[in-house]
Design a protein around this ligand. Sequence first.
Ligand code: NDP
Ligand code: MG
Length: 408
Amino acid sequence: MARTRIGIFGSTGSIGASTLDVLARHPERFSVDVLVAHSRVDPLFEQIKRFRPATVGLVDAGRRAALEERLASLPAAQRPAVVVGQAAVDELAGDPALDTVVAAVVGTAGLGSTWNALAAGKRVLLANKESLVAAGELMLDVARRAGATLLPIDSEHNAIFQCLPADQAAVVGRAGLVGDSNEIERLVLTASGGPFRERPLADFAGITPDQACAHPNWSMGRKISVDSATMMNKGLEVIEAARLFGVSAERIEVLVHPESVIHSMVRFVDGSVIAELGEPDMRTPIAHALAWPERIESGVAPLDFGALAGLHFESPDPERFPALRLAFEALAAGGGMPLVMNAANEVAVAAFLERRIGFMDIPAALQAAMTHFAGNAAAGAPETIEAVLAADREVRAWAASWCDARGS
Ligand code: NDP
Ligand code: MG
């Protein structure tokens, strides 16, 4: 059997590393052909030595010389081709030499590569939820038209995908999947509640970036860790689920489950609830999507039920986590509102990580941007990818000045 040729966009990140860990267990089944990073050449070079990709992409042209210097130490036959700059790197995602693209870039910066991979009809393993929130139906349209296979590796969406009846279990750009079903009552997205689930609300203003990035259950990149702490991550995931499974906001429930053992559930009209359980380790959903519809070993230890002290559930606290409410509002408003919320969030999270604004300024920034752009966003979602990128830039510029004013 020919090996499946994999490209990882965002290979040096948390999802990238988990993906490579799974791939290293199955060298007979997969080859690693393309690796892409933004600027961190040291971890990229380590990956090059270990996985021998044919091509690497580096977004930051300023780091090219540093990468070339390291590559010069390798025998000529082991040196990959180097592609530099955002547009050229994004084009690699549509390369005919790839079968599967892992979309693991953080933020709307991942839109170009995810889009190109879908447009080229590839199997796309989607971690980059921000691009689906910002570009919504456009992404699903392009996936459908090109016959691409879109499989979620976000753990909640992967869990739901696994819980769907077998005859419906192909996301593959088939929006409307759950919406059309008269068997499925609703989707239940579980949430850990992040590190501040029990912290007194009065102390929220003093939360530091390092505290926000110390997630109790999952080890992740800094941006998504802050999103988990504000519960914006769950908000983005509600919109991601609405897009992927074709379901309205009323049919998505968020349930706080601090142990993160149940990764999400589907409720059926007959009263049955089907859940997917496992250790909180991204290698499980990644392995599932890499091999689907088959199963492969992931390196994740089997869940030890005897070691569980219990499984707990509660409703999310709207006072603590206004970002979650705002995401439901953005989804209900439709049009360009999810894009506005997402762009404002990326800017506000970056400002928080640089200690320019406080923790509770993040939801305040989202609220301010959504109010400011309400008229524009209601005019409808952008209809081309260029319009999405232009709208994203406009909201970012506005949110950056909001954060500057707030921080000064
Ligand atoms: P990280 O911050 O750990 O990694 C981000 C990766 O993207 C790095 O490889 C980085 O390169 C690269 N990158 C950054 N900007 C660009 C760009 N403009 N073009 C190309 N590559 C770029 O993030 P995570 O792995 O945590 O998250 C990645 C995505 O997966 C996010 O959308 C997140 O929401 C989603 N996700 C993550 C989960 C997790 O467990 N981590 C769980 C579910 C979803 P460099 O290292 O050079 O900066
Ligand atoms: Mg998730």
